[in-house]
Design a binder for this molecule. Structure first.
Ligand SMILES: Cc1ncc(C[n+]2csc(CCOP(=O)(O)OP(=O)(O)O)c2C)c(N)n1
Length: 563
């Protein structure tokens, strides 16, 4: 095959191949030309070209999350790699494997007046698992052997139990476009050594003592767990000493769990809150969306909090962390099951579940009474998403409204909750939809999030398998809801930052099929038709809602629950 004549570039490409990278997102540039040429020369890779590096990185992250495989991002020097940063931070907190390969000037030319040159060394310092600096000035065998080992160590970090982004910064000198013919390399998969972590006998003993005759609250955060884990957790939840609270991003659905945490919490009268306080809190998985549960558990503290995670062992969200088990959620649930915890001595799980049943009935009654608003629209959307779809929720009030509705078992829910940014939701969703073209994907987004990331539409990889629902409430509606900005005289200008834009012409520019809904007439019908239509291109439904009444209807909902 004909590839770049730079040996270090050939080595990087080979290492990607041997470590399971199949998709490479490349952003155009000259300094990275040797990498583009080398990846392109190898049929093994699917090379995706996206101009805007911020969008490219989120797109790649969407693929990596969906396929559970490392994705490589390739960009040129200078501000290009700074634009990767939002997605790198997101991947870091979500433990999504990504390999950033940035081209750089040769080291002797940094800060000497060359164009498109910044200090790239360690640029993602606080949000990267590992980074290395390589360059093409030394092509001798010992440098290449040493680099091969460094690259493999980097992949080992990227793909270990705690996954995440890693960075190769590569100084490249001119000429950049020269090629040579080499033998097509064969894949020799590098074994990634997954350390099997075990919980010590002593920890098991303490755990068993702590769990006996205790009110146990298991709070499950964001993740995509194994089916076996779900079954074991459902089995555990039959024990009335245990209450399991989940959010839709945990992708756990079971009739014994509380899926709508805020809805349930609203029903607890102040004087009874202590009855719901757990003795032992166990948290599994990633981020928790509900602010209310964080406030509740910080105020009504458990005696001990056990955390299960490979990452951030000192993260003390509820200010009562006792121990973090450095093992998989799967292994931990199995361990809990094997402990044969005392059963059914405290009516704790059903007590929480009762709240859920009451809140659900009250909610249904309220939805029947409300006028056209964000809440009314979300009520219709959640009922109409076609079975087996993959649901991408943008941040801000979209993901929060969704938490008020029971999730469906046959849907999969995603959201960028690593950093809760509004800057890459669309690109991430489009990346995921590209990765699994046989699945239907639905992105639900607010207007600010959508316009912010409108370059997500600027690529040729969008397929008809994704539908976008854009809730246009003319600004950051969340700021009308959360206490603080909602009562500020500066709200409309600085927080909500109102506007009157529509997505119609953006859709025209990027060849998306566009439809809109302006009021409640035919909302349910139009929404249902939109979600079930067979399209030849991606489509977008813009639903305009009244910015000034949305917040009242949501606030009244919570008041209604307490009546
Ligand atoms: C990158 C980034 N910038 C700013 C914010 C702060 N922020 C949070 S929500 C929000 C408004 C989002 O509005 P929209 O997407 O229209 O959703 P809505 O609140 O109307 O549901 C902003 C600016 C953020 N989360 N991320």
């Amino acid at each position: 095959m004909i590839t770049s004549n730079k040996k270090i570039v050939q080595q990087i490409v080979l290492s990607c191949m041997n470590n399971g990278v199949k998709k490479v997102v490349i952003s155009p540039g000259s300094r990275n030309a040797p990498l583009s040429i080398a990846f392109d020369s190898c049929d093994y890779f699917d090379c995706i070209v996206i101009h805007d590096e911020r969008s490219a990185a989120f797109f790649g992250m969407g693929i990596a999350e969906e396929l559970k495989e490392p994705v490589a991002l390739v960009c040129t020097s200078g501000s290009a790699l700074l634009n990767y940063y939002p997605a790198i931070a997101e991947a870091y907190y979500r433990e999504i494997p990504m390999v950033v390969i940035s081209a750089d000037r040769p080291p002797e030319w940094i800060n000497h007046g060359d164009g498109q040159t910044i200090v790239q060394d360690n640029i993602y310092a606080n949000h990267i698992l590992q980074q290395i600096n390589l360059n093409d000035s030394n092509q001798n065998n010992s440098y290449l052997e040493n680099s091969k080992e460094l690259i493999q160590n980097l992949f080992n970090a990227c793909l270990a139990n705690r996954k995440g982004p890693v960075h190769i910064n590569l100084g490249l000198s001119e000429p950049l476009y020269e090629t040579e013919e080499i033998n097509t390399p064969e894949i020799k998969e590098s074994p990634i050594l997954d350390e099997k972590k075990v919980i010590t006998e002593n920890d098991l003993k303490i755990l068993k003592e702590d769990l006996s005759n205790s009110k146990i609250l298991i709070l499950v955060g964001q993740g995509n767990y194994k089916q076996r884990t779900k079954i074991l957790l459902s089995e555990l939840a039959k024990n009335t000493n245990i209450s399991v609270l989940v959010e839709n991003t945990s992708n756990f659905v079971d009739h014994q769990f509380n899926h709508c945490i805020d809805r349930s919490l609203t029903l607890i009268p102040k004087e009874k809150q202590e009855e719901y306080t757990p003795d032992i809190l166990i948290t599994l998985g990633g981020a928790i969306i509900s602010k209310k549960i964080k406030q509740f558990l910080r105020k009504y503290k458990a005696k001990k909090h056990y955390r299960v995670s490979y990452a951030f062992p000192n993260m003390d969200t509820y200010r009562c962390l006792y121990k973090c088990f450095d093992c998989s959620v799967d292994a931990f649930i199995k361990t809990l099951d094997s402990l044969a915890i005392e059963r059914n001595t405290i009516n704790y799980g059903p007590k929480w579940k009762e709240l859920d049943y009451i809140a659900k009935d009250k909610s249904e009654a309220y939805y029947k009474s409300i006028s056209y608003s964000d809440l009314a629209v979300f009520n219709e959307i959640t009922k109409n998403i076609p079975k087996k779809s993959i649901v991408h929720m943008a941040n801000s009030s979209v993901v929060r409204y969704f938490q008020l509705f029971d999730p469906y078992e046959d849907l999969r829910y995603h959201c960028n909750r690593g950093t809760s940014g509004i800057d890459g939701s669309s690109s991430t969703a489009f990346g995921a939809s590209y990765a699994t073209p046989d699945n239907d994907h639905v992105l639900i987004t607010g207007d600010v999030s959508f316009f912010y990331d409108s370059n997500a539409l600027w690529n040729s990889y969008l397929k008809p398998n994704i539908k976008v629902i854009l809730i246009n409430n003319s600004g950051g509606g969340i700021f009308n809801i959360i206490p603080g900005p909602a009562n500020s005289p500066l709200r409309a200008k600085y927080f909500e930052a109102t506007h009157e834009h529509s997505a119609e012409y953006i859709c025209k520019a990027f060849n998306l099929k566009y439809q809109n809904i302006l009021n409640e007439n035919d909302l349910a019908k139009d929404l249902n038709e939109f979600l079930n239509q067979d399209n030849k291109r991606p489509s977008l439904l813009e639903i305009f809602t009244p910015r000034l009444t949305n917040a009242n209807i949501l606030n009244d909902y919570f008041k209604h629950l307490t009546k």
